[in-house]
Design a binder for this molecule. Structure first.
Ligand SMILES: Nc1ncnc2c1ncn2[C@@H]1O[C@H](COP(=O)(O)OP(=O)(O)OP(=O)(O)O)[C@@H](O)[C@H]1O
Length: 252
Protein backbone atom coordinates (compact mmCIF):
# COMPACT_ATOMS: atom_id res chain seq x y z
CA UNK A 1 0.00 0.00 0.00
CA UNK A 2 1.37 3.45 -0.85
CA UNK A 3 1.78 6.03 1.87
CA UNK A 4 0.63 9.65 1.91
CA UNK A 5 3.20 10.37 4.62
CA UNK A 6 6.02 8.51 6.30
CA UNK A 7 8.19 9.24 9.30
CA UNK A 8 11.31 7.11 9.66
CA UNK A 9 13.17 7.19 12.99
CA UNK A 10 12.28 10.86 13.35
CA UNK A 11 13.71 12.93 16.18
CA UNK A 12 12.96 16.61 16.65
CA UNK A 13 14.73 18.65 19.30
CA UNK A 14 13.85 22.36 19.44
CA UNK A 15 16.83 24.47 20.30
CA UNK A 16 16.11 26.89 23.12
CA UNK A 17 17.95 29.04 25.62
CA UNK A 18 20.96 31.31 25.03
CA UNK A 19 22.71 30.44 21.74
CA UNK A 20 20.33 27.47 21.35
CA UNK A 21 22.37 25.46 23.82
CA UNK A 22 19.36 23.88 25.54
CA UNK A 23 17.00 21.54 23.71
CA UNK A 24 13.38 20.44 24.03
CA UNK A 25 12.88 16.92 22.65
CA UNK A 26 9.45 17.08 20.97
CA UNK A 27 9.51 13.90 18.82
CA UNK A 28 11.55 10.88 19.88
CA UNK A 29 12.30 8.12 17.41
CA UNK A 30 8.93 8.02 15.64
CA UNK A 31 8.50 5.59 12.74
CA UNK A 32 5.03 5.87 11.26
CA UNK A 33 3.27 5.58 7.95
CA UNK A 34 -0.04 7.21 7.01
CA UNK A 35 -1.60 5.05 4.26
CA UNK A 36 -2.85 6.84 1.16
CA UNK A 37 -6.65 6.85 1.09
CA UNK A 38 -7.07 6.58 4.87
CA UNK A 39 -8.76 8.90 7.34
CA UNK A 40 -6.01 8.85 9.92
CA UNK A 41 -6.25 10.26 13.45
CA UNK A 42 -3.28 11.62 15.39
CA UNK A 43 -3.97 11.70 19.11
CA UNK A 44 -2.08 12.35 22.30
CA UNK A 45 -2.10 14.45 25.42
CA UNK A 46 -0.88 18.06 25.46
CA UNK A 47 2.79 18.47 24.49
CA UNK A 48 2.91 14.97 22.99
CA UNK A 49 4.47 16.25 19.76
CA UNK A 50 1.43 16.09 17.44
CA UNK A 51 1.76 19.61 16.05
CA UNK A 52 5.48 19.08 15.63
CA UNK A 53 4.85 15.99 13.45
CA UNK A 54 2.43 18.03 11.33
CA UNK A 55 4.98 20.85 11.01
CA UNK A 56 7.60 18.33 9.87
CA UNK A 57 5.16 16.98 7.29
CA UNK A 58 4.38 20.47 5.97
CA UNK A 59 8.03 21.65 5.81
CA UNK A 60 7.34 24.17 8.56
CA UNK A 61 10.07 22.48 10.63
CA UNK A 62 12.89 20.06 9.86
CA UNK A 63 13.78 16.87 11.72
CA UNK A 64 16.90 16.81 13.88
CA UNK A 65 17.42 13.31 12.50
CA UNK A 66 15.42 10.75 10.53
CA UNK A 67 13.42 11.22 7.34
CA UNK A 68 9.94 12.46 6.52
CA UNK A 69 8.20 11.96 3.18
CA UNK A 70 5.08 13.64 1.81
CA UNK A 71 3.03 12.18 -1.05
CA UNK A 72 5.84 9.89 -2.09
CA UNK A 73 8.72 12.37 -2.05
CA UNK A 74 10.98 14.17 0.41
CA UNK A 75 9.50 17.15 2.26
CA UNK A 76 12.22 19.31 0.70
CA UNK A 77 10.37 18.88 -2.63
CA UNK A 78 8.17 21.96 -2.27
CA UNK A 79 5.99 21.16 -5.30
CA UNK A 80 4.05 18.52 -3.37
CA UNK A 81 2.88 21.21 -0.92
CA UNK A 82 0.54 22.30 -3.70
CA UNK A 83 -1.27 18.96 -3.26
CA UNK A 84 -1.78 19.46 0.47
CA UNK A 85 -4.60 21.35 2.20
CA UNK A 86 -3.99 22.51 5.78
CA UNK A 87 -6.73 23.63 8.12
CA UNK A 88 -4.85 25.29 10.96
CA UNK A 89 -5.99 25.18 14.58
CA UNK A 90 -5.68 28.96 15.01
CA UNK A 91 -6.18 30.70 11.70
CA UNK A 92 -4.15 33.87 11.41
CA UNK A 93 -5.63 35.26 8.20
CA UNK A 94 -4.74 38.89 7.40
CA UNK A 95 -7.60 40.75 9.12
CA UNK A 96 -7.93 43.44 6.43
CA UNK A 97 -8.96 40.90 3.77
CA UNK A 98 -12.51 39.83 2.91
CA UNK A 99 -13.39 36.13 3.02
CA UNK A 100 -13.24 35.91 -0.76
CA UNK A 101 -9.85 37.66 -0.83
CA UNK A 102 -8.51 35.22 1.80
CA UNK A 103 -9.47 32.28 -0.40
CA UNK A 104 -8.01 33.81 -3.55
CA UNK A 105 -4.80 34.77 -1.74
CA UNK A 106 -4.19 31.29 -0.27
CA UNK A 107 -5.38 29.57 -3.44
CA UNK A 108 -2.75 31.58 -5.35
CA UNK A 109 -0.06 30.50 -2.86
CA UNK A 110 -0.92 26.84 -3.38
CA UNK A 111 -0.76 27.07 -7.16
CA UNK A 112 -4.40 27.44 -8.21
CA UNK A 113 -4.31 29.12 -11.67
CA UNK A 114 -5.32 32.78 -11.32
CA UNK A 115 -8.14 32.37 -13.88
CA UNK A 116 -9.77 29.78 -11.57
CA UNK A 117 -9.36 31.58 -8.25
CA UNK A 118 -12.66 33.53 -8.32
CA UNK A 119 -14.84 30.60 -9.39
CA UNK A 120 -13.21 28.26 -6.91
CA UNK A 121 -13.52 30.79 -4.05
CA UNK A 122 -17.22 31.38 -4.80
CA UNK A 123 -17.92 27.65 -4.98
CA UNK A 124 -16.21 27.02 -1.63
CA UNK A 125 -17.83 30.00 0.11
CA UNK A 126 -21.14 28.47 -0.92
CA UNK A 127 -20.00 25.03 0.25
CA UNK A 128 -19.12 26.23 3.76
CA UNK A 129 -22.25 28.38 4.13
CA UNK A 130 -20.59 31.79 3.68
CA UNK A 131 -21.83 32.66 0.18
CA UNK A 132 -23.56 35.84 1.37
CA UNK A 133 -20.56 37.02 3.44
CA UNK A 134 -17.75 36.72 0.88
CA UNK A 135 -17.19 40.47 0.52
CA UNK A 136 -17.12 41.20 4.22
CA UNK A 137 -13.87 41.82 6.10
CA UNK A 138 -13.17 38.84 8.30
CA UNK A 139 -12.84 41.12 11.36
CA UNK A 140 -16.63 40.83 11.47
CA UNK A 141 -16.59 37.04 11.49
CA UNK A 142 -17.44 34.87 14.49
CA UNK A 143 -15.07 32.07 15.54
CA UNK A 144 -17.20 29.45 13.78
CA UNK A 145 -17.28 31.52 10.58
CA UNK A 146 -13.48 31.84 10.62
CA UNK A 147 -13.29 28.07 11.14
CA UNK A 148 -15.56 27.47 8.13
CA UNK A 149 -13.39 29.84 6.10
CA UNK A 150 -10.37 27.83 7.27
CA UNK A 151 -11.93 24.68 5.87
CA UNK A 152 -12.68 26.42 2.54
CA UNK A 153 -9.08 27.70 2.42
CA UNK A 154 -7.74 24.16 2.94
CA UNK A 155 -9.85 22.94 0.02
CA UNK A 156 -8.92 25.70 -2.47
CA UNK A 157 -6.28 23.61 -4.25
CA UNK A 158 -8.43 20.43 -4.33
CA UNK A 159 -5.76 18.63 -2.28
CA UNK A 160 -4.82 14.95 -2.28
CA UNK A 161 -3.85 15.17 1.39
CA UNK A 162 -6.01 17.18 3.78
CA UNK A 163 -4.52 17.96 7.20
CA UNK A 164 -7.03 19.05 9.83
CA UNK A 165 -5.74 20.41 13.14
CA UNK A 166 -8.50 20.41 15.81
CA UNK A 167 -11.05 21.01 13.02
CA UNK A 168 -14.29 21.06 15.01
CA UNK A 169 -13.09 23.72 17.46
CA UNK A 170 -15.78 26.44 17.39
CA UNK A 171 -18.00 24.69 14.83
CA UNK A 172 -21.74 24.34 15.44
CA UNK A 173 -23.72 21.17 14.65
CA UNK A 174 -24.18 22.07 10.98
CA UNK A 175 -20.48 22.92 10.73
CA UNK A 176 -19.53 19.54 12.19
CA UNK A 177 -21.80 17.80 9.70
CA UNK A 178 -20.19 19.78 6.89
CA UNK A 179 -16.79 18.60 8.08
CA UNK A 180 -17.95 14.97 8.20
CA UNK A 181 -19.34 15.34 4.66
CA UNK A 182 -16.05 16.74 3.38
CA UNK A 183 -14.10 13.91 5.03
CA UNK A 184 -16.55 11.40 3.52
CA UNK A 185 -15.93 12.84 0.06
CA UNK A 186 -12.17 12.52 0.53
CA UNK A 187 -12.61 8.90 1.60
CA UNK A 188 -14.77 8.14 -1.44
CA UNK A 189 -12.29 9.78 -3.76
CA UNK A 190 -9.47 7.64 -2.29
CA UNK A 191 -7.73 10.73 -0.88
CA UNK A 192 -6.06 11.01 2.52
CA UNK A 193 -7.17 12.95 5.59
CA UNK A 194 -4.91 13.40 8.63
CA UNK A 195 -6.83 14.67 11.66
CA UNK A 196 -5.14 15.97 14.81
CA UNK A 197 -7.68 16.11 17.59
CA UNK A 198 -8.54 15.76 21.26
CA UNK A 199 -12.24 15.23 20.50
CA UNK A 200 -12.89 11.52 20.84
CA UNK A 201 -16.35 11.57 19.22
CA UNK A 202 -14.70 12.98 16.14
CA UNK A 203 -12.17 10.15 16.10
CA UNK A 204 -14.85 7.48 16.46
CA UNK A 205 -17.01 9.05 13.77
CA UNK A 206 -14.46 9.64 11.07
CA UNK A 207 -11.14 7.83 11.57
CA UNK A 208 -10.24 4.38 10.21
CA UNK A 209 -6.77 4.23 11.70
CA UNK A 210 -4.86 6.19 14.26
CA UNK A 211 -1.57 6.87 15.93
CA UNK A 212 -1.18 7.88 19.54
CA UNK A 213 1.83 9.92 20.64
CA UNK A 214 2.83 10.26 24.27
CA UNK A 215 5.80 12.42 25.32
CA UNK A 216 7.12 12.43 21.75
CA UNK A 217 7.04 8.65 21.33
CA UNK A 218 4.65 6.47 19.38
CA UNK A 219 2.44 4.67 21.90
CA UNK A 220 -0.02 3.06 19.44
CA UNK A 221 -0.46 2.70 15.70
CA UNK A 222 -3.30 0.67 14.28
CA UNK A 223 -6.96 0.38 13.45
CA UNK A 224 -9.50 2.28 15.52
CA UNK A 225 -11.52 -0.94 15.88
CA UNK A 226 -8.56 -2.75 17.47
CA UNK A 227 -7.94 0.04 19.96
CA UNK A 228 -11.64 0.14 20.83
CA UNK A 229 -11.51 -3.63 21.46
CA UNK A 230 -8.89 -3.10 24.19
CA UNK A 231 -11.43 -0.97 26.06
CA UNK A 232 -14.44 -3.18 25.34
CA UNK A 233 -16.85 -3.64 28.25
CA UNK A 234 -16.04 -0.11 29.44
CA UNK A 235 -18.63 2.67 29.26
CA UNK A 236 -16.29 4.80 27.14
CA UNK A 237 -13.98 2.28 25.46
CA UNK A 238 -11.84 4.76 23.51
CA UNK A 239 -11.32 7.04 26.49
CA UNK A 240 -10.42 4.03 28.62
CA UNK A 241 -7.94 2.69 26.06
CA UNK A 242 -6.30 6.09 25.59
CA UNK A 243 -6.05 6.74 29.31
CA UNK A 244 -4.12 3.46 29.63
CA UNK A 245 -1.76 4.42 26.78
CA UNK A 246 -1.19 7.91 28.19
CA UNK A 247 -0.36 6.56 31.66
CA UNK A 248 1.96 3.88 30.31
CA UNK A 249 3.69 6.34 27.95
CA UNK A 250 4.16 8.97 30.66
CA UNK A 251 5.71 6.40 33.00
CA UNK A 252 8.33 5.24 30.45
N1 LIG B 1 9.09 26.32 18.59
C1 LIG B 1 9.30 25.61 19.71
N2 LIG B 1 10.37 25.86 20.49
C2 LIG B 1 10.62 25.15 21.61
N3 LIG B 1 9.83 24.14 22.05
C3 LIG B 1 8.74 23.86 21.31
C4 LIG B 1 8.42 24.56 20.12
N4 LIG B 1 7.26 24.04 19.61
C5 LIG B 1 6.89 23.05 20.45
N5 LIG B 1 7.78 22.94 21.45
C6 LIG B 1 7.74 21.94 22.54
O1 LIG B 1 7.67 20.65 21.95
C7 LIG B 1 6.80 19.79 22.70
C8 LIG B 1 5.72 19.24 21.79
O2 LIG B 1 4.91 20.32 21.35
P1 LIG B 1 3.73 20.13 20.28
O3 LIG B 1 3.16 21.49 20.01
O4 LIG B 1 4.26 19.38 19.10
O5 LIG B 1 2.73 19.22 21.09
P2 LIG B 1 1.18 18.87 20.82
O6 LIG B 1 1.04 17.40 21.00
O7 LIG B 1 0.72 19.45 19.53
O8 LIG B 1 0.50 19.63 22.05
P3 LIG B 1 -0.99 20.24 22.28
O9 LIG B 1 -1.97 19.10 22.30
O10 LIG B 1 -0.83 20.87 23.62
O11 LIG B 1 -1.24 21.23 21.18
C9 LIG B 1 6.29 20.64 23.88
O12 LIG B 1 7.08 20.38 25.00
C10 LIG B 1 6.49 22.07 23.39
O13 LIG B 1 6.70 22.96 24.47
Amino acid sequence: MTAAATFEKVEKVYKTGPFGRAGVPAVRGVTLSVPAGSVFGLLGPNRAGKTTLVKLLLSLAWPTSGTVTRLGGPTSARASLGRVGYMHENHAFPRYLSASEVLRFYGGLTGVPSADLGTRANHLLERVGLADRGREPITRFSKGMVQRLGLAQALMNDPDLLVLDEPTEGLDLAGRQLLRDVVGEFRQAGKTVLVVTHVLNEVEEICDELAVLVAGKLAYRGRLADLLATGSGEKKPLEHALRGLYQKGAAE
